[in-house]
Design a protein around this ligand. Sequence first.
Ligand SMILES: *Cc1c(COP(=O)(O)O)cnc(C)c1O
Length: 239
Amino acid sequence: MTDRKDELAVNLAKVEERIARACAAAGREREEVTLIVVTKTYPADDVRILADLGVRHVAENKDQDAAPKAATCSDLSLSWHFVGQLQTNKVRSVVGYADFVQSVDRSRLVSALSKEAVRAGREVGCLIQVALDAGESGRGDRGGVAPGGIEELAGLVAGAPGLRLAGLMTVAPLTGEYAGRQRAAFERLMDLSTDLRRAHPGANMVSAGMSADLEEAVAAGATHVRVGTAVLGVRPRLG
Ligand SMILES: *Cc1c(COP(=O)(O)O)cnc(C)c1O
C-alpha cells in the first residue's frame, strides 16, 4: 500500500509537471486545466490513494467496474466522469454516481439520461463526444458524433430536464485525416467549442488529451485532460 502510494505520488508529480510546463508554454494559467485521472481497470484502493494525494476528478469507462468502485469511494466526495460508450440499459446505474457523462453521442442516450436524472433527483453534466474521424454513418468507431451532429444534440441536452450541457469531448483519431495529428485534431475541437458556445455560453468544458498527447491538448486550449496510464501504469488488460 505504501509502495503503491509512493509510486502514484511520483507518477502524479510527473504528470503535474507536464501539465504545468504545457500551460507555461501556451501562456495559460495552470488553473485553466483540470486533471481527470482515468482509474478504469484499477481498484478502489488506488482511487482512495489518489484522493489522498489531492486528485478531485476521476473517470471510468465501464459501468460494471465503475458502479461498485464509486459506491466504495462515496465518502471521498470526488467528481466522477463517465467516458465510455454507454448503453441505454446502463444509464440508470451510471446516473447514480456520475457527475459528468462525457460520451453523449446520440439522441436516445439524451432522453434516457434525462429520464433517469430526473428520477434520481440529480443533475448530470453532459459533454458531447465528437468523432473527428466519423465516416458515412456520422458515428465514430469508438463512439462520438460527427461534427455536423453537435448542434442538434446540444439543443436536445440543453432542453432536457436533469441535464446540463457542459461542453465537448474527443479522443484523438487513429484513422482518417487527423491520424497522428493530435494538435490539429484538438484545434478542430476548440473551433467546434467556439461555435457551440455562441448558442450555449455555459458549455465551456473542452475535454481532450490523454497520457500520450496531453501537451497537444493543453496547447490547443483544452480545459480538461484525461490521464490514465501515466498516473496508474500500463493497464493489465484493454479497458
Ligand atoms: C482510457 C481512456 C483515457 C486515458 O487513456 P491513457 O492513455 O491511459 O491516459 C482517456 N479517455 C478515454 C475516453 C479513455 O477511455
